[in-house]
Design a protein around this ligand. Structure first.
Ligand code: GUN
Length: 292
């Protein structure tokens, strides 16, 4: 069994980006500038956004953090987004999800200029991904693809089971894995909350990608011997004995599943750090007109 080290892979990519930024600076080009919008003070979202901003600094990108009150109206948030669309110094930006209940997430997604949508959530970019046209790939699925590529995991002709159908992970993951590409070319099954007998399907998986959002949902009896298991879940589980008062767990019961796997991603230190690397890769792309 081999642990897929997302943390070191992410740092490796960040080093590559740092080198590219040096070249840009030497040639007098535009240094990529990422803006992140954070609405409210959800602890996990704050941690993620801070990590994104810090990573920008590490690779030499410019970054801006726009913090807004939970009570901001939808209209005012849309106005902030318009400002970012119009600001020529900002190459790409993200609005951290989830948003407070009084704000319509899809209106926000639609308001972001597709050219600056480094999350790849705008319908134009989702459509381009589906058609295999140049686009921004969503950060988490692209991070998983990058791990499969860098660990030289064979995906062609394999049975890939994706657990979860969210717009952010499960759905795009299933599309990317079925594409005529490498990684890709897998036979993909998407499992969701209405699927009957989930275990009989996950047991067929050569590659099992879990993005369900239920802590430790996947147990050893649901996994085939020798499978590649990618755990996208991340949950804060209360633990008074831990320094921060919580422990991080994934969607996979790691201790019992790991011994059965050929490869597995841990939580933390697996897919999570790769999400940041993908976002930075998209931001570098955003300096150019990617649609041309
Ligand atoms: N919340 C959870 N994942 C993501 C992501 O990839 N992008 C944004 N903007 N919010 C998220």
């Amino acid at each position: 069994m081999k642990i897929i080290d997302g943390k070191s892979t992410s740092l490796e990519i960040q080093q590559e980006l740092y080198d590219q930024v040096l070249l840009i600076k030497e040639n007098g080009g535009k240094v990529p500038h990422l803006a992140a919008v954070l609405v409210g003070n959800d602890g996990a979202s704050q941690t993620y956004v801070n990590a994104k901003v810090k990573a920008c600094q590490r690779v030499g990108f410019e970054s801006s953090l726009i913090q807004l009150e939970t009570s901001i109206s939808e209209k005012d948030l849309l106005a902030e987004i318009q400002k970012l669309n119009d600001n020529n110094d900002i190459d790409g930006f993200i609005v951290q999800l989830p948003l407070p209940n009084h704000i319509d997430e899809s209106k926000v997604t639609l308001a972001i200029s597709p050219k600056k949508d480094v999350d790849g959530f705008h319908p134009q970019n989702v459509g381009r991904m589906n058609l295999g046209l140049p686009t921004y790939l969503p950060a988490t699925p692209n991070g998983v693809m990058e791990l499969l590529k860098r660990y030289e995991i064979e995906t062609s002709g394999k049975n890939c089971v994706v657990v979860g159908r969210s717009h952010i992970v499960g759905s795009p993951m299933s599309i990317l894995m079925s594409k005529k590409d490498n990684p890709g070319n897998a036979t993909v099954t998407l499992v969701h909350s209405r699927t009957k007998d989930v275990k009989s399907i996950t047991k067929q998986a050569d590659i099992l990608i879990v993005a369900l959002g239920v802590p430790e949902f996947i147990t050893a009896d649901m996994v085939k011997e020798g499978a590649v298991v990618i755990d996208v879940g991340i949950h804060r589980i209360d633990d008074p004995s831990a320094k921060r008062g919580f422990r991080l767990k994934g969607d996979v019961k790691f201790d019992e599943v790991a011994p059965k796997c050929s490869f597995i991603t841990p939580v933390p230190g697996g897919v999570g750090p790769m999400t940041i690397a993908s976002l930075l890769m998209n931001t570098l792309k955003a300096v150019k007109n990617i649609y041309e």
